[in-house]
Design a protein around this ligand. Structure first.
Ligand SMILES: Cc1cc2nc3c(=O)[nH]c(=O)nc-3n(C[C@H](O)[C@H](O)[C@H](O)COP(=O)(O)O)c2cc1C
Length: 198
């Protein structure tokens, strides 16, 4: 069982990373392997709408000068995918949007590669715009036929300067509860898949 998390912040190891690491720590405690990829400093181009992925159906995006094809395979092999983003002008970062557009299109072109994986959005925000960001990321999971667990609040943590979010007790607790619910769901799905195969 493995969960892959992406941090779409342009700032490495900031508030989004703190929130993500809290979820991942709980998953590890529950016996789920985790990996965190931070997009900061890794240029990602947006989708160029060529639709080559729909013609070739080889699980590849034609743009090869960034790591998106590697990310598609990592997401395909994982049981769960967490997408974390800070709020920029009431929305996810351009890096996270590019990741969603490119991996999402390749996945859809190849018979829904992410179908029935568990997905969770994690959002850092200073004051406002966290919920539209959370909603937009969840739209990606839902159209990808993924399964989205809840938490004790919507998965948003408040903070401005690096590390501020550690002081948002409720936000950190939300991440803790998200990790437990995600682990519970992944284990159930895993057991069911094993039973179906036997
Ligand atoms: C370009 C930019 C736009 C931002 N827009 C918003 C916003 O719309 N609402 C808000 O509350 N905070 C906004 N912020 C603040 C960040 O969401 C906040 O500092 C967040 O904790 C950063 O997360 P990070 O440390 O993971 O990068 C913005 C920050 C930047 C750099």
């Amino acid at each position: 069982m493995k969960v892959i998390a992406f941090n779409g912040s342009a700032r490495k190891d900031g508030n989004t990373a703190v929130l993500l690491r809290r979820v991942l720590r709980v998953l590890e405690e529950e016996g789920v392997k985790t990996e965190l990829i931070q997009l900061a400093g890794e240029p990602i181009r947006g989708c160029n709408a060529c639709r080559t992925c729909y013609n070739t159906k080889n699980e590849l995006c034609i743009i090869e000068d960034d790591k998106v094809n590697e990310y598609v395979q990592k997401m395909k092999l994982a049981d769960g995918i967490i997408l974390g983003s800070p709020t920029y002008f009431s929305m996810m970062t351009p890096e996270m949007k590019a990741l969603i557009d490119r991996t999402g299109y390749v996945a859809r072109a190849n018979n829904h590669l992410f179908k029935r994986k568990v997905g969770a959005a994690v959002v850092a925000v200073r004051r406002a715009g966290g919920i539209p960001t959370f909603d937009a990321i969840n739209h990606f999971f839902l159209i990808s036929q993924m399964i989205v667990p809840g938490s004790s609040y919507w998965n948003v943590g408040f903070g401005h300067k690096k590390g501020d979010v550690e002081n948002d007790d409720e936000g950190m607790q939300t991440m803790e509860d998200l990790g437990r619910n995600m682990a519970w769901l992944i284990k159930k799905l895993n057991a069911k898949q094993k039973k179906e195969k036997a």
